[in-house]
Structures are given as structure tokens and as C-alpha cells.
Design a protein. Structure first.
Lengths: 635, 59
């Protein structure tokens, strides 16, 4: 049965492996995926441990429906105590690794301790082996999977691995699988490197038996039709998530040169139309009908022959945000970041910040190792800096420490350094504007993993939906003006809890209410769960699971890093510097500190948290989180 | 009840007015705020490429 997938506890110090079933209670409280993952992280990380020490854990969690016929049910989470934020580390990816993990009989892997020598895990049909990886150490994320497949003589093995960046404990190192997919954020690849864990190889032949197969099949067909009838799915099928780039740049909703400019003047080289020259096709993750993954090949020049899949809009904005003016630079940067295993979003943010320090004369060539960090040099700098970061050489040794490390290292040159390294809780900001939409600002300020859009971003806020529709969706008044603060606390909370449910289920967020009110949400999830697993939940019960998961992550952040209201902040630039460009509706926009704080109060109140953003005892009781170990420890 | 999404309906990025784009149109002016857009068509869907104000940016 789908529900028979197990939890494996793997201790790399003791070389021991044991398995546990997933209890009915755990399902009811945390469902699966990110939810059960959060519960395992909360309970298995030694409180206040060094994120790069053996007391940290790496938890890999497939969703409850991952690997089933639910549309786009491909997702798998990687988490632990983040070496980037010191708080809740969590990132998910699509592709084929998560489903294969389920076919091998496991939903969650809890990897504890640290190995004295490089190892990889071989997970297959209910068995797990810890194998020597000395021969893989130093190999990149494209070579490693093929070497494993060759030695195990099975081309269908799916591998998640780290690259040079993870081995060298670069804090923004990620996990990678296949040609495109990355669990990019919060440095889970760095945790693996600290454990000398190079890769996890999975292969399974076990059935995920369905509770009601006929109904499940009929319902999946219905939902696929629903998804494919939306404009957003059609657009993504042709242009991937980059379909939106022209619109955001034209509006003035992208940040360039570290947020000094919000519209790219020389933009023709970065449009999705300009990408056509490199495009060779579209591909999809497991059981996806949208197929938003570009396939590309560079045919000419120094990088001729380079091919791959992606990038996403997010990487397009990240690598395209510090002066690169052509797709080839972005594709090469994307390829190298993947090869080394580096989070393009966080890394780009940190490089942008350091380049602005150079622009302002706060640092010079003595600090940069002789590199000229002028914006005009972006096309040349991207490959150089990625390699230096992965190898921790030159300026890369500083970049490898992430936003907080860069601030620590460079603040000796000026007290203003923190102003220019844009981050929330240590995680770098995206290349999107967050200062004209209070909902976006609140979302990144309160996200449990730092500045990020996939925890709560209400993209719907830009659709100007009728207020009666918004009221029905969110259960209270929400202004349809994306510049308004009215009701936005309610909106952000709804999205963060809803996205937590999506992450427990294991489907792609972009095929849910994230992008359109016409895409699947609670009603569809209740039915999937019933037909596929036999578990019956109400929509309210699922929403409560989302709240429980989010609150537990919040508890972890306080326990491990002491994060409170003071850390639910946005970069000062978003408050002090109005946007200089864009359409009349955008230009001049910035976040008002007083209104933001009022919105934060409303947000805490809706959550049942106190003025400092900490869950109240009655909230813990309501969510049955009083059964978890206490989060307030003696400091 | 879900409404049928139509491939030739766009919203003005500035004032959010719904704009019904005539088939194959390459430019369109928002009836409310008068902002002029370059329009592209991808797989039968209308798409904003940029504003005319940005100048010589037709793709």
C-alpha cells in the first residue's frame, strides 16, 4: 500500500540502519513529505547543535502521494538544521528521485552522525546499504550518477548527489538529481558534505497499491483536464516558468544590480523569445502533463556542446540580475552551478551584494583577489566566481560562507555592509521586487527558511481578483490591490499553510492554487487522498495540518537560532529606497515600516502567536504540538 | 463555478483593466489607462511583450 512506505534511520557514525513504520497518528498530524520531515528534524536534531557537526541530521522526505497517479506527484524534500540560516533547513525538488524512493519502500530517510570516509547510500527494494564513495569524491553532479549506475549495472537507478561545493562544505551547496532538479535552498548539500555523504542511489520495484484504483484513475484524468485547461499551464508548456519574465520586467518588478534598479534597460537578450535559439525541447517531471522544463544546447563559441534542462524563471532572474545581457551567460552559469551543486538564488544574491560593495569602494581588488567586480564584467565573472566558490578559492572562500558569513567577514571594511547584503535570516533574496507588494514582503520576512517565495508567496495578489472571490478563498476581507496592506496578513498566512499542505502531499506547487484559483487546491487534495490512500480528511483538517507544520518549523527556528520578531524583517533597502522605474502603479513603491509592523501584528494574531512571534501555549495545545518536546530551552 | 479562461484576455499591468485582444494583434492600447503594449502570440495565447513607451522593443 502507498501508506506502507517506511522511515529509515541511518547512523553514519555507528554504521547502523533501522526502519520504523509511519504511524497512523503521525499521518493524521503531519501527513507526509515536508510535514513528517519537519517532525523528524525537530526530534532528531540535537538541540543547538553545530549544523556541520554530527549532531545534525539530513532528512529526506517524499510526499504522501509522491510516486502515485496524482498529477505531478514527484516532489521530495531535503532538510535539517540549515548551515545558511542556523534555523529550519528545507528544500524540495521534482524529477524522478522521490517516486523511485517510494518504489524502493521508503518515504523518509533520517541520516544521522558522520562517516569518517566518503560513502553513498544504496536504497533498493526495502534494503539500504552504506557503500564506499572514495572513488566518487571529487566528481561532479553529472558524472556521479552515471558512475553509480555503471557499477550497480542498472540504468534506471535514480541518484541525488552533491558536487564539489557540498564536499567542500560551501554553505549554499545543494542536492541535485538528473539534468535539472535541485533541492536548492538552505544548504542541505553542505550538511551532506559534513557527513561525507556523497550520494543516495535509489531503485525500487514495489507497488504503491491504491485504495480505490478505478476512482483514483478517473479522478486523476479529471484533474489533469482541469490543469491543462488553464492559461498558465498552457503558457508553461511552451515557455516554462520563464513565461512571466517579459511581464515582470516591463512592469518594473525585477531587481537588477542588487536592487538599485528595477527594470533592465538592455533586456532583449534575456527574453524567453531570445531563448528559442538554444531550445531543443520541453520535458517534464514524474507524472507531469505540463512539461515546463526547457531543454537546451549551446551550439557555438567557447561553451559549444553544453546542454541541459532549465533554467527556471527564478534562476533567469537571479543570474540575470547583475548585468549579464545574454542567455548564453545564464545557461553557462546554470550549467556550472548545477555541476558544482550550488544554489543559484542565494549565490546570485550574495554576489550582487559583494559587487555593490565593490561599486561603492567599500572593498577593492585586494579583497576580491584581483578581480574587477564591475557590473559590466558580469558575463565574464559568473563562471569564474562559481568555480572559486565551489573550490573555496580567492573571493570564493568568502562567498562560500553565505550572506551571514560575508557580512561577518567584510563588515570590518564598513558598518554598511549588512545594508547591501540583502537577506532574511541569512538566506539571500530572490531577484524579484518585494517592496511594492506588502504581501510579498511579509511572506519573505516570516518564511520559516528565510527570504524565499515558495513558502508563502501569494502570486494571486497580482491578479486583481474581485474582492468577493478573495473573501471566499481567504475567509475574510483581502484587498484586491497588490499595493495595499489590508487583509494581506490573512492572505499570506493562508498561502503559507496551504503550501505546507502541498509539500506534505508531494505535488508540484506550480500546478496548484499558487498560480491560479482554477488549479487544484483543498477540494482536489481531499479526493486524491481518499481515492489513492483511503485516508479521509476534511478540507479544514488539511489546513490544520499545514498550520501544525508551519508552527513546528517556527518552534525549531526559535529553539535553534532564537528567531523572533526582530528576525521577521525585510532588507532595509526595501523600506528606505523607493523603486525608481516601472509602470506608474509600481514606480515609487516601497514598504512603509509602520504599516508593515501593524501587518506583522495581525499575522501573529491570526496564527495564535504572541507579540514576539512565538506560539502561545493554547495554540500549541490546539495543534497538539504540546506533545512535541519543548521549544523554549534554557539559553 | 470555474469560468472558461480565454486565451485572448489579458489584464493591463498598470490599471488591471481586462483587455480583449483582437486575434493576431501586434499592439494594443488599454481602454482605461491608455498604456500601449506590444503583443505577441504563443501557441494561440496573447502575451504582453513590453510597452510601446519602452520604444523599439518589439520582438
Amino acid at each position: 500500500m502507498t501508506l506502507k512506505s517506511k522511515i529509515a534511520i541511518i547512523d553514519l557514525t555507528k554504521n547502523e540502519i533501522r526502519t520504523e513504520p509511519i504511524s497512523e497518528k503521525m499521518r493524521r498530524l503531519y501527513l507526509g513529505g515536508r510535514g513528517i520531515g519537519a517532525h523528524l528534524i525537530y526530534n532528531h536534531v540535537e538541540p543547538r547543535t553545530d549544523p556541520l557537526g554530527p549532531g545534525n541530521v539530513l532528512v529526506i522526505s517524499a510526499g504522501i502521494l509522491t510516486g502515485t497517479m496524482a498529477p505531478a506527484a514527484s516532489r521530495v524534500h531535503f532538510g535539517g538544521k540549515s548551515p545558511v540560516t542556523n534555523g529550519f533547513g528545507s528544500s524540495n525538488m521534482g524529477g524522478y528521485f522521490g517516486p523511485e524512493l517510494k518504489f524502493a519502500g521508503f518515504e523518509h530517510l533520517v541520516i544521522k552522525g558522520a562517516s569518517p570516509k566518503p560513502v553513498y547510500l544504496w536504497v533498493h527494494d526495502g534494503e539500504i546499504e552504506i557503500r564506499d564513495a572514495s572513488h566518487l569524491w571529487g566528481k561532479d553532479t553529472f558524472e556521479t550518477p552515471q558512475i553509480i549506475r555503471d557499477e550497480l549495472e542498472d540504468e534506471e537507478i535514480k541518484v541525488a548527489c552533491i558536487g564539489l561545493a557540498g564536499e567542500n562544505q560551501v554553505r549554499l551547496a545543494n542536492f541535485r538529481t538528473g539534468p535539472k532538479d535541485s533541492a536548492g535552498r538552505t544548504g542541505t548539500g553542505c550538511i551532506a558534505g559534513s557527513k561525507k555523504l556523497k550520494a543516495i542511489a535509489v531503485r525500487g520495484h514495489q507497488d504503491l497499491k491504491l485504495a480505490h484504483p478505478k476512482e483514483a484513475l478517473q479522478y486523476a484524468k479529471k484533474v489533469v483536464d482541469q490543469i491543462m485547461s488553464t492559461k498558465v499551464a498552457k503558457a508553461m508548456s511552451v515557455d516554462g516558468t520563464s513565461f512571466i519574465w517579459n511581464v515582470t520586467n516591463t512592469s518594473g518588478l525585477l531587481e537588477f544590480y542588487n536592487g538599485q534598479v528595477n527594470k533592465l534597460e538592455n533586456w532583449r537578450g534575456l527574453t524567453i523569445e531570445a531563448f528559442e535559439k538554444y531550445k531543443t525541447g520541453m520535458a517534464g517531471c514524474f507524472n507531469c502533463t505540463v512539461h515546463c522544463r526547457h531543454q537546451f544546447r549551446i551550439n557555438d563559441g567557447a561553451w559549444a556542446g553544453t546542454f541541459g534542462e532549465g533554467p527556471e524563471y527564478n534562476t533567469q532572474t537571479a543570474l540575470g540580475s547583475f548585468g549579464a545581457d545574454n542567455w548564453e551567460t545564464l545557461l553557462v552559469g546554470w550549467h556550472l552551478a548545477n555541476k558544482y551543486g550550488i544554489d543559484t538564488t542565494g549565490w546570485s544574491n550574495d554576489v550582487r551584494g559583494v559587487m555593490e560593495l565593490y561599486q561603492r569602494g567599500i572593498i577593492d581588488k585586494e579583497v576580491t583577489g584581483g578581480l574587477d567586480l564591475s557590473w559590466d564584467n558580469a558575463n565574464q565573472l559568473i563562471p569564474i566566481l562559481l568555480e572559486q566558490t565551489a573550490k573555496k578559492e580567492g573571493l570564493g572562500a568568502i562567498l562560500a560562507e553565505g550572506s551571514l558569513g560575508i557580512i561577518r567577514e567584510l563588515s570590518k571594511y564598513s558598518k554598511d555592509v549588512e545594508y547591501y547584503i540583502l537577506h532574511v535570516k541569512g538566506l539571500g533574496k530572490l531577484g524579484n521586487v518585494d517592496r511594492v507588494q506588502p504581501s510579498f514582503a511579509l511572506g519573505i520576512a516570516t518564511s520559516t527558511r528565510g527570504a524565499d517565495h515558495l513558502r508563502s508567496r501569494p502570486a494571486l495578489d497580482h491578479y486583481h481578483l474581485p474582492e468577493d472571490v478573495l473573501k471566499k478563498l481567504y475567509g475574510g476581507y483581502v484587498s484586491s490591490d497588490f499595493r495595499s496592506y489590508e487583509g494581506k496578513a490573512r492572505m499570506v498566512r493562508w498561502h503559507e499553510l496551504t503550501y505546507a499542505v502541498v509539500d506534505c502531499i508531494g505535488t508540484c506547487k506550480f500546478q496548484t492554487v499558487f498560480f491560479s484559483p482554477n488549479l487544484p487546491a483543498y477540494k482536489e487534495w481531499v479526493n486524491y487522498l481518499k481515492y489513492i490512500t483511503g485516508l479521509e480528511f476534511t478540507e479544514e483538517e488539511l489546513f490544520n495540518i499545514g498550520e501544525r507544520v508551519y508552527t513546528l518549523e517556527r518552534m525549531f527556528n526559535y529553539r535553534e537560532a532564537g528567531y523572533t520578531r526582530k528576525d521577521d524583517r525585510i532588507p532595509e533597502r526595501c523600506i528606505r529606497e523607493p523603486l525608481k522605474y516601472g509602470l506608474p502603479a509600481i514606480k515609487g513603491g516601497h514598504i512603509d515600516r509602520k504599516k508593515f509592523n501593524k501587518m506583522l501584528d495581525e499575522y501573529y494574531e491570526l496564527h495564535g502567536w504572541d507579540k514576539e512571534g512565538l506560539p502561545l501555549p493554547e495554540t500549541l495545545k490546539r495543534l497538539e504540538l504540546d506533545e512535541e518536546p519543548p521549544y523554549k530551552l534554557e539559553r | 463555478m470555474r469560468k472558461q479562461e480565454r486565451d485572448n484576455i489579458l489584464r493591463c499591468l498598470n490599471c488591471f483593466e481586462r483587455m480583449e485582444i483582437p486575434p493576431k494583434a501586434k499592439q494594443f492600447t488599454c481602454p482605461k489607462c491608455k498604456l500601449q503594449y506590444y503583443i505577441g502570440w504563443r501557441d494561440g495565447q496573447a502575451k504582453i511583450l513590453g510597452t510601446v513607451e519602452e520604444g523599439e522593443k518589439e520582438v
